[in-house]
Write a protein that binds this ligand. Structure first.
Ligand code: IVH
Length: 676
């Protein structure tokens, strides 16, 4: 190939890759399949390796090239990176507005404000010279930060060269680098699997990822950058309003927040605040408030600064998602499978919009990792609708002689021995169905809506039945007599009759529900459905050797092992026999995989779902015969999109693929599962 053609090809590849990056990372609108992107990237890498003269610092191949540093260089900010004043309520906002108008004169009412979510990440400065990214730095103390150029170059939403034209010769862009929640969960899950320390929250994870001397580590973290302003500007003009400056930044290839809006008057700021407060839990990233800025840059100039914060902006904070409180005690709960879970009893504290007095501690490893002792002051976090977690201990507040947390040597409920089996982090009561806690949990599960659906058999009643010695396993439910029920506290004739009728009704069930109701370890609803479909009858299932079990779509070695143990256990099988003798029955099925309602279809699940996790949704779809894929293509049959769905949803819309919201999806599932 002649040299000029090679140069042209490399240029074309770079331009194409840059465009795709911009579409994907800045606009959230992917345009080509990953495979095509990868092919072009490989071709460019190949050309640059073969002809080193083609190499350029802003090539998309150069995001992770640098050798690890031995220390961070200091950077002094030509213009200081300021902080913001805080507002905590509507009155603070009214006061802010009054201060602005007092300085500017009432003629400016109503003022125009740019409203932006306050991302909870790390503030950074990016310096572009003639469009080329030459420096990335942390805020540090506002006047001196650290040079993190090697790390910011790995972040896909940060352009190595600005797009288009018309940008100033020197342009310093400021914004926040953060880790979306999904990326944070992934990172922590991987750390847990390796037995490594986990990150306390997405903000710390982002900070830790940027503080790497080795950019290859940063490159593996799914960091994002969102720009919210500019610092130094030389050799060029920017428009006269903050919102217009942000639009320019977007044109030049930088990411800005899609939820930003310009409003008139301080009341409209309050509306925006409330709107975002409602969306907060569903957003794919953490925000800790809303930043309001006077939009007119001329007015900003007139208002100026006080000490370290501008007069023209304010951050209205949301209720904190992290608070400090004291650990009063640790109690141990015994679950359905005997797993003993430590639960922290806390001095009640208002966090994330609710009062929290309990938090799960997961297992002994978690307690060891936290270094937790009784009486410790702890940081409690409740983000969105997540269960409260203890994220860290405040060591300087530890009272003298704080006692270590002792794990029980025997089951706190039945006194049976406890064991830690194999690799498991959890401690288990070995009492099995002798243990009242396990009996209760097993009965609650058996009676639950998606299992045998025994209406009126709530948690309190289950406790009573077990504590009074009327029921010790699920089969005993069907032997309950009216007189026995009437002997229970707070049980009237009507409730007793209703319960007996509900028990009678529950006897007509389906094989899938029955398998699920037995509470075999690791056998959830979707697995139960797959097993029922695969074997068609209880007999076929109970006699199946392990190899046959392993042929079922979502059964792996662990599940197969639990199933075999269940079928080999005389006491478990005796309970099944008693249930069948009591009249529990279902129609046997005769289906093969090809007859499943979603056979041959490919589905994609994206965004956040309310009713179940994405994994559960996936398992339910698979049980109906669907293939569940990770990316949207022309072959996709249907996309289920919850709040926060991004590029996959955009891609589906672009390709004209059917998109279902969660409610429609649930209705569709119910219809399909009922019919099969
Ligand atoms: S403006 C002069 N806008 O909040 C104004 N800051 O407490 C300086 N932050 O260090 C900042 N989102 O890290 C601004 N949309 C936003 C922001 C934002 C998050 C952070 C930023 C800053 C801190 C100030």
């Amino acid at each position: 190939m002649p040299a000029s053609e090679i140069v042209r090809e490399a240029d074309a590849l770079r331009e194409r890759l840059d465009n795709w990056n911009y579409q994907y990372y800045v606009l959230d609108r992917p345009t080509v399949p990953d495979a095509e992107y990868d092919r072009c990237m490989q071709r460019l890498q190949q050309l640059e390796a073969q002809y080193p003269a083609l190499q350029r610092p802003d090539s998309p191949t150069q995001r992770v090239g640098a050798a690890p540093l031995d220390k961070f260089r200091q950077v002094s900010h030509e213009l200081p990176m300021l902080s913001l004043d805080n507002a905590f309520n509507e009155q603070d906002m009214l006061d802010f507005n009054r201060r602005l108008l007092d300085r500017l004169g009432a003629g400016h009412e109503p003022l125009e404000f740019a409203c932006e979510p306050k991302l909870d990440g790390i503030a950074v400065s990016l310096l572009y010279r003639d469009g080329l990214l030459v420096r990335g730095a942390t805020r540090g103390d506002g006047s001196t930060g650290e040079d993190i150029t090697h790390n910011v170059r790995t972040i896909a939403s940060i352009p190595l060269r600005l797009r288009g034209s018309g940008y100033p010769a020197v342009l310093e862009v400021r914004g926040e680098i953060y880790l979306p929640r999904a990326g944070f969960e992934e990172l922590n899950e991987a750390a847990r699997q390796r037995g490594d320390k986990t990150f306390v929250n997405p903000r710390n994870a982002a900070a830790g990822s940027l503080r790497q001397l080795d950019a290859r580590i940063t490159a593996r973290r799914p960091l994002q950058m969102c720009c919210y302003g500019v610092g130094q500007v030389q050799g060029g003009e920017l428009p006269g309003a903050h919102s217009q400056v942000l639009e320019c930044l977007q044109h030049w290839g930088l990411r800005i927040n899609a939820l930003s809006r310009v409003v008139r008057g301080i009341e409209a700021c309050d509306d925006y605040y409330r709107e975002l407060a409602e969306q907060r839990a569903e957003l794919p990233y953490d925000i800790d408030g809303i930043v309001f800025k006077v939009n007119d840059l001329g007015l900003q100039q007139r208002l100026g600064f006080v000490s370290r914060a501008p007069r023209w902006a304010i951050a209205r904070k949301f209720p904190a998602q992290e608070e400090m409180t004291r650990l009063l005690d640790v109690e141990f709960q015994v679950g359905r499978t005997g797993a003993i879970t430590p639960v922290a009893r806390l001095e009640p504290v208002f966090v994330g919009g609710v009062t929290v007095s309990n938090a799960t501690l997961h297992n002994a490893d978690e307690i060891a990792r936290l270094g937790l002792r009784l009486g410790d002051t702890v940081v409690v976090r409740r983000a969105g609708d997540v269960i409260p977690q203890i994220v860290s201990v405040v060591p300087e507040r530890r009272p003298a002689g704080a006692a270590a947390i002792a794990f029980p040597q025997t089951c706190p409920v039945c006194g049976s021995p406890v064991e830690r089996t194999g690799e498991e982090a959890v401690l288990r009561c070995m009492g099995g169905l002798v243990c009242a806690a396990q009996q209760k949990a097993a009965i609650r599960h058996f009676a639950s809506r998606r299992a045998m659906d025994i209406e009126g058999l709530g948690d309190k009643l289950v406790d009573q039945l077990v504590d009074e010695g009327l029921v010790d396993n699920v089969a005993a439910l069907y032997r309950l007599q009216r007189e026995q029920l009437l002997g229970l506290e707070r049980m009237g004739e009507k409730s007793a009759d209703n319960l007996l009728q509900a028990l009678e009704r529950s006897k007509h069930t389906s094989l899938a529900r029955f398998i699920f109701a037995l509470g075999i370890r690791e056998v959830g609803e979707a697995t139960a459905l797959s097993l029922a479909r695969h074997f068609g009858s209880w007999k076929a299932l109970a006699q199946a050797p392990e190899e046959q079990l392993l042929q079922v779509s979502d059964v792996g070695p662990v599940v197969a092992d639990h199933l075999v143990q269940f079928f080999d256990s005389p006491s478990s099988m005796a309970v099944v026999e008693q249930l069948r003798a009591a009249g529990v029955s279902w129609p046997d099925l005769a289906v093969s995989a090809a007859d499943l309602p979603l056979s041959g279809q490919t589905w994609v699940v994206t965004g956040k779902l309310e009713a179940f996790s994405r994994d559960e949704a996936k398992a339910r779809l698979q049980a109906l015969g669907a293939k569940v894929a990770g990316s949207v293509s022309a072959k996709t049959t249907c996309v289920v999109a919850g709040p926060g769905a991004g590029s996959k949803l955009a891609r589906a819309t672009e390709l004209g693929v059917e998109v279902l919201d969660e409610t429609t999806f649930l209705a569709r599932l119910a219809g399909l599962e009922g019919s099969s």
